[in-house]
Design a binder for this molecule. Sequence first.
Ligand code: UDP
Length: 434
Amino acid sequence: MLDVVDVGKQSLAMYRGVAPDAQLDELLHLAERLRGARCMHINATPYGGGVSEVLRSLVPLYNDVGIATDWKLIHGDESFFQVTKRVHNGLQGAPGALTESEKAIYLANAQLNARRLVSDSEDYDFIFVHDPQPAILAAVSGLRDARWIWRCHIDTSHPNPSYWEFLAPYLREYDAAIFTLPEFIPPSLPIREVRVHAPAIDPLSPKNHPLPRQLARDVLEWVGVRTHRPLVCQVGRFDRWKDPMGVVHAYQRVRPHIPDLQLALVGSLAFDDPEGWSVYEEVREATAHDGLIHVLTNLVGVGNIEVNALQALSDVVVQKSLREGFGLVVSEALWKGTPVVGGRAGGIPLQLPDGIGGVLVDTVEECAEALLRLLRMPEEARLLGERGRENVRQQFLMPRLLLDHLRLLDALATSRPLPARGLVPTSLPGLTGV
Ligand code: UDP
């Protein structure tokens, strides 16, 4: 069997007054039509990145609106995750090619996971497969009753052809695919129904819920960050595409102008990300001599509340990515009213339109300049953050994402009707008062 991830309960009604009313109203309407359907989301890891962050909040909402939904994980050993990391990088354009033995590892793992999936013998109407790690499950599992959706969260606009040509034939079995931006849709995608949805953050999760200011300060002092000194931070996996060393270099350029400025680099280390450990070591080595640079990880207890406090109390948040899927951390910071200096990559510009939320940069020098400007002009920084927060409210909160999903499921159920149990047109007890 595939491992099931335990998630909590959440009620859509709790988002009334936080997310836009029009989105909640349309959700209720669509949920009526899909009530009783069964859905599964599959990915590779229960923590340590944007996908798991989204699923932890989204799956309980699916259940609340009457679509019985599970979140399951594929299995894999270190050699498999080393291959999938290379596939991930190759699909984002990194050079190289898979060897025959790497292909064999990838295929053998998919067959193993397909057997586990089939032995679960659950009767799903919709199966969402997230990212490349489990992507070929649709083809190898033989489960054709479900409607399969590939949710690709990464930038596949210019995939390295040798990786893409390996993966693409396995994608034909999908009924639909979702990308974060239109430009991420790879050339010659063999899936006809293609949607573009931005991911979203959960304003009610421990990471984004407002923290009392004093508690946030105490949390930061507890992890060694001094709250009487200015602070910039970047939160992100230790991944070269997130350019943590570029952040260190930009910070070092600002430091002579603001000598007591602190930098917090926060990264989680996940088991499906072996490369993260070497990037982490590199960052540690380069910054060990500097007491004002704090390198923090999940391994020393820096979790949701600490990230929340860091994003809320930083003077400026940086996300200097060179390649990015969406960059949830940008919306997370903006939701707390903190302005962001963001790399012009992937979904970051979507979250930082001109004059809203912060400043886009292309180089270390531009990053340093933008940081210095926002640190010296707190009123401009405050206004940018405030506008960014409203933009997030309109576009990047969880109910909007659920709405996009239900629109797709509704379209798929219309073109291939669900079994009778999938359509129970009663009122939704879970939704009363929404
Ligand atoms: N995150 C975290 N702790 C860390 C690093 C990341 O909680 O040390 C969270 C972060 O707050 C965000 C997610 O992991 O919710 C990262 O999502 P994003 O879209 O920014 O990047 P991805 O990892 O998916 O490339």
